[in-house]
Design a protein around this ligand. Structure first.
Ligand code: SF4
Length: 380
Protein backbone atom coordinates (compact mmCIF):
# COMPACT_ATOMS: atom_id res chain seq x y z
CA UNK A 1 0.00 0.00 0.00
CA UNK A 2 1.39 3.40 -0.97
CA UNK A 3 0.29 6.35 1.13
CA UNK A 4 0.53 10.06 0.52
CA UNK A 5 1.70 12.14 3.47
CA UNK A 6 0.54 15.73 4.02
CA UNK A 7 2.33 17.92 6.58
CA UNK A 8 0.57 21.11 7.59
CA UNK A 9 2.61 24.20 8.46
CA UNK A 10 -0.02 26.69 9.66
CA UNK A 11 2.03 29.90 9.79
CA UNK A 12 2.34 32.82 7.36
CA UNK A 13 4.23 36.06 7.72
CA UNK A 14 1.01 38.03 7.26
CA UNK A 15 -2.55 37.12 6.44
CA UNK A 16 -3.81 37.71 2.87
CA UNK A 17 -7.21 39.41 2.61
CA UNK A 18 -8.76 36.60 0.55
CA UNK A 19 -7.51 33.72 2.69
CA UNK A 20 -9.82 31.48 4.67
CA UNK A 21 -7.30 28.64 5.26
CA UNK A 22 -6.16 27.72 8.71
CA UNK A 23 -3.07 29.93 8.91
CA UNK A 24 -1.71 32.15 11.62
CA UNK A 25 0.19 35.37 10.90
CA UNK A 26 3.60 35.41 12.60
CA UNK A 27 3.77 38.89 13.99
CA UNK A 28 5.58 40.30 15.84
CA UNK A 29 8.70 38.72 14.32
CA UNK A 30 10.26 38.17 17.75
CA UNK A 31 7.85 35.35 18.59
CA UNK A 32 8.43 33.55 15.27
CA UNK A 33 11.24 31.21 16.23
CA UNK A 34 9.69 29.92 19.45
CA UNK A 35 6.26 29.23 17.99
CA UNK A 36 7.44 27.59 14.77
CA UNK A 37 10.19 25.73 16.65
CA UNK A 38 7.70 24.33 19.17
CA UNK A 39 5.31 23.45 16.37
CA UNK A 40 7.93 21.61 14.33
CA UNK A 41 9.02 19.66 17.40
CA UNK A 42 5.41 18.58 17.91
CA UNK A 43 5.04 17.70 14.23
CA UNK A 44 8.03 15.36 14.51
CA UNK A 45 6.53 13.81 17.62
CA UNK A 46 3.26 13.17 15.75
CA UNK A 47 5.26 11.49 12.98
CA UNK A 48 6.84 9.15 15.56
CA UNK A 49 3.49 8.59 17.21
CA UNK A 50 1.40 7.78 14.12
CA UNK A 51 3.50 6.60 11.19
CA UNK A 52 4.63 3.27 12.74
CA UNK A 53 0.94 2.31 12.53
CA UNK A 54 1.28 2.19 8.73
CA UNK A 55 3.97 -0.50 8.56
CA UNK A 56 1.85 -2.36 5.97
CA UNK A 57 2.98 0.17 3.38
CA UNK A 58 5.26 2.95 2.34
CA UNK A 59 5.04 6.62 1.52
CA UNK A 60 5.32 7.66 -2.12
CA UNK A 61 4.32 11.33 -1.94
CA UNK A 62 5.07 13.93 0.73
CA UNK A 63 3.56 17.39 0.63
CA UNK A 64 4.58 20.31 2.85
CA UNK A 65 1.58 22.66 2.63
CA UNK A 66 0.23 25.55 4.59
CA UNK A 67 0.29 28.30 5.51
CA UNK A 68 3.75 29.11 4.20
CA UNK A 69 5.98 26.09 4.83
CA UNK A 70 8.95 27.79 3.15
CA UNK A 71 9.24 29.93 6.32
CA UNK A 72 10.89 26.79 7.75
CA UNK A 73 14.62 26.57 7.48
CA UNK A 74 15.94 23.78 5.25
CA UNK A 75 17.34 22.00 8.33
CA UNK A 76 13.80 21.88 9.75
CA UNK A 77 12.51 20.25 6.56
CA UNK A 78 15.45 17.86 6.73
CA UNK A 79 14.65 16.94 10.36
CA UNK A 80 11.01 16.25 9.41
CA UNK A 81 12.01 14.09 6.42
CA UNK A 82 14.55 12.19 8.56
CA UNK A 83 11.84 11.56 11.16
CA UNK A 84 9.58 10.16 8.43
CA UNK A 85 12.40 7.92 7.13
CA UNK A 86 13.02 6.58 10.62
CA UNK A 87 9.39 5.46 10.99
CA UNK A 88 8.23 4.27 7.56
CA UNK A 89 9.71 3.42 4.15
CA UNK A 90 9.81 6.23 1.66
CA UNK A 91 9.41 4.72 -1.77
CA UNK A 92 12.34 5.38 -4.16
CA UNK A 93 11.37 8.14 -6.59
CA UNK A 94 8.81 9.64 -4.23
CA UNK A 95 7.43 13.08 -5.04
CA UNK A 96 8.38 15.45 -2.19
CA UNK A 97 6.75 18.85 -2.58
CA UNK A 98 7.16 22.14 -0.73
CA UNK A 99 5.02 25.25 -1.23
CA UNK A 100 7.30 28.28 -1.38
CA UNK A 101 6.62 32.01 -1.25
CA UNK A 102 8.62 34.62 -3.18
CA UNK A 103 10.30 35.92 0.03
CA UNK A 104 12.00 32.55 0.46
CA UNK A 105 13.36 32.22 -3.07
CA UNK A 106 17.08 32.56 -2.36
CA UNK A 107 19.75 30.35 -3.87
CA UNK A 108 21.06 29.01 -0.55
CA UNK A 109 17.55 28.28 0.74
CA UNK A 110 16.55 26.48 -2.46
CA UNK A 111 19.75 24.44 -2.28
CA UNK A 112 19.10 23.64 1.36
CA UNK A 113 15.57 22.40 0.65
CA UNK A 114 16.80 20.36 -2.27
CA UNK A 115 19.58 18.80 -0.13
CA UNK A 116 16.92 17.97 2.47
CA UNK A 117 15.15 15.84 -0.17
CA UNK A 118 12.54 18.24 -1.58
CA UNK A 119 12.32 17.50 -5.31
CA UNK A 120 9.28 19.57 -6.27
CA UNK A 121 8.66 23.21 -5.36
CA UNK A 122 5.45 25.15 -5.93
CA UNK A 123 5.97 28.90 -6.07
CA UNK A 124 2.97 30.97 -4.92
CA UNK A 125 3.10 33.59 -7.67
CA UNK A 126 -0.65 34.43 -7.73
CA UNK A 127 -0.03 37.45 -9.97
CA UNK A 128 3.09 39.20 -11.22
CA UNK A 129 1.14 42.47 -11.39
CA UNK A 130 1.37 44.69 -8.31
CA UNK A 131 -2.07 46.20 -8.94
CA UNK A 132 -3.75 42.78 -8.90
CA UNK A 133 -1.86 41.84 -5.74
CA UNK A 134 -3.29 44.92 -4.12
CA UNK A 135 -6.83 44.18 -5.35
CA UNK A 136 -6.87 40.80 -3.63
CA UNK A 137 -4.81 41.92 -0.63
CA UNK A 138 -2.03 39.40 -1.14
CA UNK A 139 0.35 39.84 1.79
CA UNK A 140 3.35 38.28 0.10
CA UNK A 141 5.77 40.22 -2.11
CA UNK A 142 5.06 40.33 -5.86
CA UNK A 143 7.24 37.89 -7.80
CA UNK A 144 9.83 40.10 -9.49
CA UNK A 145 11.62 38.97 -12.67
CA UNK A 146 14.70 38.34 -10.46
CA UNK A 147 12.73 36.02 -8.17
CA UNK A 148 11.38 34.12 -11.17
CA UNK A 149 14.85 33.83 -12.68
CA UNK A 150 16.32 32.63 -9.38
CA UNK A 151 13.55 30.07 -8.92
CA UNK A 152 13.59 28.71 -12.46
CA UNK A 153 17.35 28.93 -12.80
CA UNK A 154 17.89 26.64 -9.87
CA UNK A 155 18.91 22.98 -10.15
CA UNK A 156 17.36 19.74 -11.07
CA UNK A 157 13.99 19.81 -9.32
CA UNK A 158 10.45 20.02 -10.58
CA UNK A 159 9.32 23.67 -10.48
CA UNK A 160 5.63 24.54 -10.42
CA UNK A 161 3.58 27.69 -9.90
CA UNK A 162 0.22 28.74 -8.48
CA UNK A 163 -1.62 31.68 -10.02
CA UNK A 164 -4.96 33.32 -9.30
CA UNK A 165 -7.19 34.19 -12.24
CA UNK A 166 -10.46 36.11 -12.48
CA UNK A 167 -9.23 39.05 -10.38
CA UNK A 168 -11.52 42.07 -10.89
CA UNK A 169 -9.71 44.64 -13.02
CA UNK A 170 -7.46 42.02 -14.67
CA UNK A 171 -8.49 42.29 -18.30
CA UNK A 172 -8.06 39.56 -20.87
CA UNK A 173 -4.91 41.11 -22.33
CA UNK A 174 -3.26 41.39 -18.90
CA UNK A 175 -4.14 37.82 -17.98
CA UNK A 176 -2.77 36.52 -21.29
CA UNK A 177 0.41 38.58 -20.90
CA UNK A 178 0.98 37.29 -17.38
CA UNK A 179 0.43 33.69 -18.38
CA UNK A 180 2.68 34.09 -21.41
CA UNK A 181 5.51 35.45 -19.27
CA UNK A 182 5.08 32.66 -16.72
CA UNK A 183 4.78 29.82 -19.23
CA UNK A 184 7.95 31.19 -20.84
CA UNK A 185 9.78 29.74 -17.79
CA UNK A 186 8.25 26.33 -18.59
CA UNK A 187 7.06 25.34 -15.10
CA UNK A 188 6.22 21.63 -15.00
CA UNK A 189 2.88 22.35 -13.44
CA UNK A 190 0.52 25.32 -13.19
CA UNK A 191 -2.42 25.60 -10.80
CA UNK A 192 -4.66 28.42 -12.03
CA UNK A 193 -7.18 28.99 -9.25
CA UNK A 194 -10.22 31.15 -9.75
CA UNK A 195 -10.38 33.95 -7.19
CA UNK A 196 -12.98 32.96 -4.62
CA UNK A 197 -14.44 35.62 -2.39
CA UNK A 198 -15.10 33.71 0.82
CA UNK A 199 -17.62 35.11 3.30
CA UNK A 200 -16.01 36.57 6.37
CA UNK A 201 -12.69 37.45 4.71
CA UNK A 202 -11.53 41.09 4.52
CA UNK A 203 -11.78 40.79 0.73
CA UNK A 204 -15.51 39.98 0.93
CA UNK A 205 -16.09 43.22 2.82
CA UNK A 206 -14.45 45.53 0.30
CA UNK A 207 -14.95 43.80 -3.06
CA UNK A 208 -18.05 44.41 -5.14
CA UNK A 209 -18.79 41.03 -6.72
CA UNK A 210 -21.53 42.24 -9.11
CA UNK A 211 -20.83 40.78 -12.56
CA UNK A 212 -17.91 38.71 -11.23
CA UNK A 213 -19.36 35.44 -12.46
CA UNK A 214 -19.49 36.25 -16.15
CA UNK A 215 -16.14 38.04 -15.97
CA UNK A 216 -14.55 34.96 -14.37
CA UNK A 217 -16.07 32.65 -16.96
CA UNK A 218 -14.21 34.59 -19.67
CA UNK A 219 -10.99 34.55 -17.62
CA UNK A 220 -11.30 30.77 -17.24
CA UNK A 221 -11.71 30.33 -21.00
CA UNK A 222 -8.77 32.62 -21.70
CA UNK A 223 -6.53 30.72 -19.28
CA UNK A 224 -7.48 27.29 -20.63
CA UNK A 225 -6.97 28.32 -24.21
CA UNK A 226 -3.62 30.04 -23.60
CA UNK A 227 -2.19 27.27 -21.42
CA UNK A 228 -3.21 24.60 -23.91
CA UNK A 229 -1.62 26.63 -26.71
CA UNK A 230 1.58 26.69 -24.68
CA UNK A 231 1.61 22.88 -24.53
CA UNK A 232 0.03 22.35 -21.11
CA UNK A 233 -2.41 19.56 -20.64
CA UNK A 234 -5.53 20.51 -18.69
CA UNK A 235 -6.09 17.56 -16.36
CA UNK A 236 -8.15 18.93 -13.45
CA UNK A 237 -10.48 21.96 -13.16
CA UNK A 238 -7.66 24.28 -12.04
CA UNK A 239 -4.57 22.22 -12.91
CA UNK A 240 -2.35 22.01 -15.98
CA UNK A 241 0.91 20.19 -16.58
CA UNK A 242 3.61 19.43 -19.10
CA UNK A 243 4.46 15.87 -20.19
CA UNK A 244 2.45 13.92 -17.61
CA UNK A 245 3.94 15.89 -14.68
CA UNK A 246 0.64 16.05 -12.81
CA UNK A 247 0.64 16.36 -9.03
CA UNK A 248 0.98 12.78 -7.84
CA UNK A 249 0.08 13.83 -4.32
CA UNK A 250 -3.11 15.68 -5.24
CA UNK A 251 -4.07 12.83 -7.55
CA UNK A 252 -4.51 10.74 -4.40
CA UNK A 253 -7.29 13.10 -3.27
CA UNK A 254 -9.01 13.02 -6.65
CA UNK A 255 -8.63 9.24 -7.10
CA UNK A 256 -9.78 8.08 -3.67
CA UNK A 257 -6.31 6.81 -2.66
CA UNK A 258 -5.07 6.69 0.94
CA UNK A 259 -3.21 9.56 2.57
CA UNK A 260 -2.15 10.56 6.06
CA UNK A 261 -2.40 14.14 7.30
CA UNK A 262 -0.09 15.42 10.03
CA UNK A 263 -0.75 18.60 12.02
CA UNK A 264 -3.87 20.47 13.14
CA UNK A 265 -6.63 20.95 10.53
CA UNK A 266 -5.19 18.13 8.41
CA UNK A 267 -7.32 15.28 7.09
CA UNK A 268 -6.50 11.62 6.59
CA UNK A 269 -8.11 8.86 4.58
CA UNK A 270 -7.15 5.22 5.02
CA UNK A 271 -8.79 1.86 5.61
CA UNK A 272 -11.92 3.32 3.97
CA UNK A 273 -12.36 5.88 6.78
CA UNK A 274 -11.79 9.62 6.99
CA UNK A 275 -10.22 11.38 9.95
CA UNK A 276 -9.57 14.98 10.81
CA UNK A 277 -7.44 16.72 13.39
CA UNK A 278 -9.51 19.53 14.96
CA UNK A 279 -7.08 20.22 17.80
CA UNK A 280 -6.59 23.95 18.46
CA UNK A 281 -2.99 24.94 17.73
CA UNK A 282 -1.86 25.62 21.30
CA UNK A 283 -3.53 22.49 22.61
CA UNK A 284 -1.82 20.49 19.84
CA UNK A 285 1.60 21.95 20.59
CA UNK A 286 1.30 21.23 24.31
CA UNK A 287 -0.16 17.76 24.03
CA UNK A 288 1.69 14.49 23.57
CA UNK A 289 -1.14 12.60 21.94
CA UNK A 290 -2.84 13.42 18.66
CA UNK A 291 -6.62 13.26 18.78
CA UNK A 292 -8.40 12.50 15.53
CA UNK A 293 -12.11 12.78 14.85
CA UNK A 294 -13.56 10.04 12.67
CA UNK A 295 -15.84 11.29 9.90
CA UNK A 296 -18.56 8.66 9.93
CA UNK A 297 -20.14 8.32 6.51
CA UNK A 298 -22.92 6.25 5.00
CA UNK A 299 -22.14 4.29 1.82
CA UNK A 300 -24.14 6.95 -0.09
CA UNK A 301 -21.97 9.71 1.35
CA UNK A 302 -18.86 7.77 0.43
CA UNK A 303 -20.06 7.49 -3.15
CA UNK A 304 -20.94 11.19 -3.15
CA UNK A 305 -17.37 11.98 -2.06
CA UNK A 306 -15.95 9.75 -4.77
CA UNK A 307 -18.02 11.56 -7.40
CA UNK A 308 -17.28 15.03 -6.00
CA UNK A 309 -13.54 14.46 -6.18
CA UNK A 310 -13.11 12.41 -9.34
CA UNK A 311 -15.46 14.49 -11.51
CA UNK A 312 -12.95 17.32 -11.04
CA UNK A 313 -10.56 15.45 -13.32
CA UNK A 314 -10.92 16.47 -16.94
CA UNK A 315 -10.87 12.76 -17.87
CA UNK A 316 -13.93 12.33 -15.64
CA UNK A 317 -15.24 9.32 -13.73
CA UNK A 318 -15.08 5.79 -15.00
CA UNK A 319 -18.13 4.02 -13.63
CA UNK A 320 -16.24 0.69 -13.78
CA UNK A 321 -13.37 2.08 -11.69
CA UNK A 322 -15.85 3.49 -9.22
CA UNK A 323 -17.57 0.12 -8.88
CA UNK A 324 -14.21 -1.65 -8.41
CA UNK A 325 -13.21 0.85 -5.75
CA UNK A 326 -16.49 1.09 -3.80
CA UNK A 327 -18.04 -2.29 -4.62
CA UNK A 328 -21.24 -0.53 -5.62
CA UNK A 329 -22.80 0.93 -8.76
CA UNK A 330 -24.05 4.48 -9.20
CA UNK A 331 -27.75 4.55 -8.20
CA UNK A 332 -30.21 5.25 -11.03
CA UNK A 333 -31.41 8.47 -9.38
CA UNK A 334 -27.93 9.91 -9.46
CA UNK A 335 -27.23 8.76 -13.04
CA UNK A 336 -30.47 10.42 -14.14
CA UNK A 337 -29.20 13.72 -12.74
CA UNK A 338 -26.11 13.35 -14.90
CA UNK A 339 -28.33 12.71 -17.94
CA UNK A 340 -30.16 15.97 -17.16
CA UNK A 341 -26.78 17.75 -16.90
CA UNK A 342 -25.86 16.31 -20.28
CA UNK A 343 -28.97 17.87 -21.77
CA UNK A 344 -27.84 21.23 -20.37
CA UNK A 345 -24.42 20.76 -22.04
CA UNK A 346 -22.59 20.48 -18.72
CA UNK A 347 -21.40 16.87 -18.93
CA UNK A 348 -20.62 14.26 -21.55
CA UNK A 349 -21.54 10.61 -21.03
CA UNK A 350 -19.25 8.43 -23.10
CA UNK A 351 -20.04 4.77 -23.66
CA UNK A 352 -17.21 2.85 -25.26
CA UNK A 353 -16.31 -0.86 -25.32
CA UNK A 354 -18.85 -1.64 -22.61
CA UNK A 355 -17.43 1.03 -20.27
CA UNK A 356 -19.08 4.29 -19.27
CA UNK A 357 -17.30 7.52 -18.39
CA UNK A 358 -18.84 10.81 -17.30
CA UNK A 359 -16.88 14.02 -17.71
CA UNK A 360 -17.52 17.72 -17.40
CA UNK A 361 -17.63 19.84 -20.55
CA UNK A 362 -15.70 23.14 -20.52
CA UNK A 363 -18.89 24.91 -19.41
CA UNK A 364 -19.41 22.18 -16.79
CA UNK A 365 -15.85 22.67 -15.49
CA UNK A 366 -16.65 26.31 -14.80
CA UNK A 367 -19.93 25.36 -13.09
CA UNK A 368 -18.47 22.30 -11.37
CA UNK A 369 -19.81 23.14 -7.91
CA UNK A 370 -23.39 23.35 -9.20
CA UNK A 371 -23.06 20.16 -11.23
CA UNK A 372 -21.54 18.29 -8.31
CA UNK A 373 -24.10 19.45 -5.77
CA UNK A 374 -27.09 18.65 -8.02
CA UNK A 375 -25.88 15.21 -9.03
CA UNK A 376 -24.79 13.87 -5.64
CA UNK A 377 -27.77 15.31 -3.76
CA UNK A 378 -29.79 12.00 -3.87
CA UNK A 379 -26.85 10.26 -2.16
CA UNK A 380 -26.65 12.57 0.84
S1 SF4 B 1 0.14 32.93 2.08
FE1 SF4 B 1 -1.48 31.45 1.58
S2 SF4 B 1 -2.07 30.49 3.52
FE2 SF4 B 1 -0.89 32.35 4.00
S3 SF4 B 1 -2.42 33.94 4.34
FE3 SF4 B 1 -1.81 34.07 2.18
S4 SF4 B 1 -3.25 32.72 1.07
FE4 SF4 B 1 -3.42 32.24 3.27
Amino acid sequence: MNYGLYLHFPFCRKKCDYCDFFSIPLEPESSTVDLTGAYLKRLVSEIHERLPGFSDGSIDTIYFGGGTPSIMEPEDASAVIEAIKSTIDIHPGSEITLEINPEDVRREKLEGFSDAGINRMVLGVQSINDRHHKTIGRASRVCSPQVLEEFFGYGDISRCIDVIIGIPGQDERELSDELEILTGFRPDHISAYMLTVEDGTPLSVRLDTAGLDSFQREAFKTAISLLKKQGYSHYEISNFCLDGKFSRHNMKYWKHRPYIGIGPSSHSFYGGRRYRNDMPLEFYINSDKTELEVDERTSGQEMAEYIMMSIRLVGGISLNEMEDCLGDVMPGQCFERFVAMKERGLVEIINKDGACRIRLTEEGLFLADTVIYDTVEPLL
